[in-house]
Design a protein around this ligand. Sequence first.
Ligand SMILES: O=C(O)C(=O)C[C@H](O)C(=O)CO
Ligand SMILES: [Zn+2]
Length: 278
Amino acid sequence: MTAETRYAASPAEVLRWNTEQTRKELLIEKLFVQDEIKLVYSHYDRFVTGGIFPVSKPLQLMAPDQFKAQYFLERRELGIINVGGAGTVKVDGESFEVAFKEALYVGKGKKEVIFSSKDAAAPAKFYLNSTPAHHEFPSRLVTRQDAEVVTLGTPETSNHRTINKLIVASVLPTCQLQMGMTELKTGSVWNTMPAHTHDRRMEVYFYFEVPQGQSVCHFWGQPQETRHIWMQNEQAVISPPWSIHSGAGTSNYTFIWGMAGENLDYGDMDVCATPDLR
Ligand SMILES: O=C(O)C(=O)C[C@H](O)C(=O)CO
Ligand SMILES: [Zn+2]
């Protein structure tokens, strides 16, 4: 297991960043390494992003040194979305079967979390987000039928997409974690457009189902001072709480968003008028 630390930065500080430093600070280039657990610990809301890719053996989630904890969920909660083949997550002896694009919430206090694939030829890929927690809520599988689903945008504005809210207050209780998955329709490329900020919550985006040879240009920064990061399939990006977080692909794609911070109100966004973006 590896666990890298990323620091928080102010809007004034990032004005000096060039492309290389921007990528080093915010982009998570490789999350899935065969038979390994990769974690990134961000100082924004102590949010952890990870990839767990069990192929030939089960993998147990341990507390990284950054936590100074006996076990991963001692003071945390966890959300997982499977972006690979069928997999199993064993939580203190209870097995949850997690299929492609299904989510699992695991509450604070669970001591042993073990990930495995059903078939090494079609291995599971568990994308993970974790945040500090102060209350134990029950662990629960969230299937696509359980999700709150909203369709936004139009083909004319190239932002026609379905937002699947998986780990959100309207589906199940959490302390501060929210997660979901947005699927763009064929021909649409813009996500989260019109753009917004929510200074109360940071957000991490994980882009996948980006077709071979295509890329997504992720936009971030203050609305009047935007920047971009070119991203490839199965890469994640940290979005500071003061930043917009939108993207345009060279094709349609899917992404997972995860948030943490002050509140659990998904709709609590400060929308930016598109002509005002700079
Ligand atoms: O495409 C979208 O719009 C989203 O998926 C928005 C994210 O869920 C988000 O930014 C929530 O704050
Ligand atoms: Zn957002």
